[in-house]
Each structure stands twice: as structure tokens, then as C-alpha cells.
Design a protein around this ligand. Structure first.
Ligand SMILES: Cc1cc2nc3c(=O)[nH]c(=O)nc-3n(C[C@H](O)[C@H](O)[C@H](O)COP(=O)(O)OP(=O)(O)OC[C@H]3O[C@@H](n4cnc5c(N)ncnc54)[C@H](O)[C@@H]3O)c2cc1C
Length: 371
């Protein structure tokens, strides 16, 4: 540790590291504390998706600001280890009702300056090689949606130049001038604390009498071995079939049964069967791709599937950035700006809607387009 920190950030995932960088840009000295190291949580599992297609103005605003940053992030971070690529995301609708929902989301996106549009089934087929559209009513599409080719390298690049201390945070305690955190390696103090510890954030604030409704939601991905041929370019999602598929930069085909729940040891064959059935219906081009590897992680979800950001009322100097509900990588740059500003006393209006009190005050903002 080079000097006494001004701010302690708990969690060295993409969010904690982005917030630490924003604090440094504001002239503060942050110290990040993590029980396991850089990118050892969800940030080490996520496959790098960065999209603009959301269904609420607040999610579109965070995504749009962050997408602009991620596009040039490798230059910003002076790293050649990763790059942003556009691939487009296609959200399929199999019923008029689902198409209406996508149309409503596209209106919200367009109002936020996002260049998405509604496609007919034939237009969707022209964009996605091999897509069968007999059961497709239409789709939404944004060509600027994309992904990081090596997402974990991006997380490592964010950590460069940031002090990261390995210790488990056991308690967060107010003192006369700021905050102490009790860790497995001793006590640390600073004038402010930012909790970016994913689902664990809930347990860290509970002893202070604060209830943050963040729950773990397991997610399972099926991955093939790397395939040289490009089989699938836009990322394809069917919410009605609870299915998503993408060929990653590595050549691996990633598929997901969005409804998977239970023990992967026991249930994986059933989930794989579901994925295979949707592949036969929509993307038979993937029929002979092996889906041998199961990668398991957990989202940190809130009741409205939007993050909880900003200062905790009645606890001056204690801030939270958690509950990312499966999209923390793609909105981390905007989150870092909002939380960095809040620590130095500037309140962005977006914090008024993503604040921790919205649950007890009934101001939920349900985000319909989480996958
Ligand atoms: C399968 C899967 C696919 C996903 N795909 C995408 C995607 O394509 N695009 C996207 O934007 N997002 C995606 N996500 C979500 C994304 O990974 C997360 O929203 C994001 O990584 C959250 O970052 P974070 O820094 O908040 O949390 P994390 O990366 O989980 O970091 C939290 C850190 O806190 C540390 N910690 C916890 N408790 C303590 C403690 N008591 N003391 C010290 N340290 C502690 C942990 O060790 C961890 O390193 C995906 C998630 C999963 C699981």
C-alpha cells in the first residue's frame, strides 16, 4: 500500500475497478480490497457482451454512455490485449405480443438516440446466416451492439495502476471522521467506502440495519470447442424460447438456456436438450456443434433488474454499486462516473432513480430486456 487511502472500494471486479479509476481521476487515492483478487467474481466469467438494446430510459442512458467508452477503451487503457467489436444483437419475437414488446423497447431506445430498429422475419433471416424464420414474427436489431473479444483482459487492464489489497472484508463500521473496514488482515480506515462486492454487498450492510434486496441467480453457459469457421455473426436472443447464442472471438459457440435452474450436475443434460431443440427450430447451422463445456456463474439480481447505486441515506460517506442483474460489464463506465461524482458530492439525476430507497418507497423501474 503506497499511501493512506481516501476511499476504500470493496470488490476488484469490473465495477469496483472502474469506480477506483473514476476516484483517481477526481484526485482521490482509492484502495481496492478484494478477498480473492482482480476479476475473481462474475467479472471473470462474463463473455463480454456490450449492447444498447434495453427497455427503460435509465438502462438505455447507462448503456449508451458506457458503449461510447468501451468502443475506445483499449486506447484509453493503453492495452492491446483486448478490443471492442460490433456484431449486432438480434432479439427474435415468435408472437405478436412479443413483437409489440420489442417495438415498445425500440421506441425507448430511439428516444435515447440508440439506432435500433424493428425487422420483418425475412429481414432477420437476411442478417443471420442460416436462421429459420417459420416461427418468427419479427425481430429488433441494433448493429452497434457488440462485445469485447477478450473481456477478462479488459478487467485486468482496468486494474493497472490501481492499488489492490487482498483481504476479506468482515465488517463496515462508522468512525468519528469516516469509515473503518474490518478485514481478515486487519483494520483499514478512510473517509469514504464504496461497496462493489456483488451479491455479498447485502450481507456487508445488513449489520447497519440497511436492507438491500440483492439475490444470487445462477446462470449456466454451454460452450463448444473453438471452431475456425464463422457460423454465427449477430448475437441471437429469443426470450420466448429462453435461448441465446453467439460465436465468440475465440471461435467457441456460446449458447444459453435462460430458464436453467437447479443443480448443473443433474440438470445439464436436460438444459442441453432444450438448447438443442431451439437450435433445430431456429439455427440448424449449429446442429453439429459440440456443447460440452458448462460454465456456471451467478447474477446479483434486484427486484427490478436495475443496479443499486449511490450514497446510503443516513450513512454519510458510505456508497453502494451492486445488483447489476447480468449487465454490470456493459454499464460499468457510466456507473463509475456516477459513483465517482457522488463520492465528491455531485449528484447526477440518474442516481435519484437508482437509489437504494426505491424498493421501500415503491419506485421500481422493471427492466424488461435482461437476458
Ligand atoms: C454467466 C454470466 C454471463 C454474463 N454476461 C455478461 C455480459 O455479456 N455482459 C455484461 O455486461 N455482464 C454480463 N454478466 C454480468 C457481469 O459479469 C456482472 O454484472 C459484473 O461482472 C459485475 O461486476 P462487479 O464488479 O459488480 O462484481 P464481481 O465481478 O462479482 O466482483 C465482486 C468482487 O467482490 C469481491 N468480494 C465479495 N465479497 C467480498 C468481501 N466480503 N471482502 C472482499 N471482497 C469481496 C469478490 O471476490 C469479487 O471479486 C454476466 C454474468 C454471468 C454470471
Amino acid at each position: 500500500m503506497s499511501r493512506t487511502p481516501d476511499v476504500l472500494v470493496v470488490g476488484a471486479g469490473v465495477v469496483g475497478l472502474s469506480v477506483a479509476r473514476a476516484l483517481r481521476d477526481r484526485g482521490l487515492h482509492p484502495l481496492v480490497v478484494d478477498r480473492a483478487g482482480v476479476g475473481e467474481g462474475q467479472s471473470g466469467i462474463q463473455p463480454g457482451g456490450i449492447r444498447l438494446q434495453w427497455g427503460t430510459p435509465v438502462a438505455c442512458a447507462l448503456a449508451r454512455e458506457s458503449h461510447a467508452w468501451w468502443r475506445t477503451a483499449s486506447e484509453e487503457l493503453d492495452s492491446r490485449a483486448f478490443a471492442f467489436s460490433t456484431c449486432g444483437y438480434v432479439f427474435l419475437a415468435h408472437s405478436e405480443r412479443a413483437l409489440q414488446r420489442l417495438t415498445a423497447s425500440v421506441s425507448v431506445q430511439n428516444a435515447a438516440g440508440i439506432p435500433s430498429r424493428i425487422l420483418s422475419a425475412e429481414e432477420a433471416a437476411a442478417l443471420v446466416p442460416g436462421l429459420l424464420v417459420e416461427t418468427v414474427a419479427g425481430a429488433s436489431y441494433c448493429a452497434e451492439d457488440g462485445y469485447l473479444d477478450r473481456p477478462q483482459a479488459a478487467v485486468a487492464a482496468l486494474a493497472r495502476g490501481i492499488d489492490v489489497h487482498i483481504a476479506t472484508v468482515e465488517a463496515v463500521i462508522p468512525n468519528r471522521t469516516g469509515w473503518d473496514i474490518e478485514t481478515s488482515a486487519g483494520r483499514l480506515s478512510a473517509s469514504a467506502v464504496v461497496l462493489a462486492a456483488g451479491v455479498e454487498t447485502r450481507a456487508l450492510v445488513a449489520p447497519l440495519g440497511i436492507e438491500l434486496p440483492i439475490e444470487p441467480e445462477p446462470r449456466h453457459l454451454f460452450l463448444s470447442q473453438p471452431i475456425r469457421e464463422r457460423l454465427l455473426e449477430p448475437l441471437v436472443v429469443s426470450a420466448e424460447r429462453q435461448f441465446a447464442a453467439k460465436q465468440l472471438y475465440s471461435g467457441r459457440v456460446l449458447t444459453s438456456y435462460l430458464g436453467a435452474s437447479g443443480d448443473p450436475q443433474r440438470e445439464a443434460p436436460r438444459w442441453r436438450q432444450h438448447v438443442r431443440a431451439v437450435i433445430r427450430e431456429l439455427l440448424p447451422i449449429l446442429e453439429y456443434v459440440d456443447l460440452t463445456t458448462v460454465a456456471t456463474g451467478a447474477y446479483d439480481v434486484t427486484p427490478d433488474r436495475q443496479p443499486i447505486l449511490g450514497p446510503l441515506p443516513e450513512y454519510e460517506g458510505l456508497h453502494v454499486a451492486a445488483g447489476f442483474s447480468g449487465h454490470g460489464l456493459m454499464i460499468a463506465p457510466a456507473v463509475a462516473r456516477l459513483v465517482g461524482d457522488a463520492v465528491v458530492g455531485k449528484r447526477d439525476p440518474l442516481l435519484e432513480v437508482l437509489d437504494p430507497l426505491r424498493f421501500s418507497e415503491g419506485r421500481l423501474l422493471p427492466e424488461p430486456q435482461v437476458i
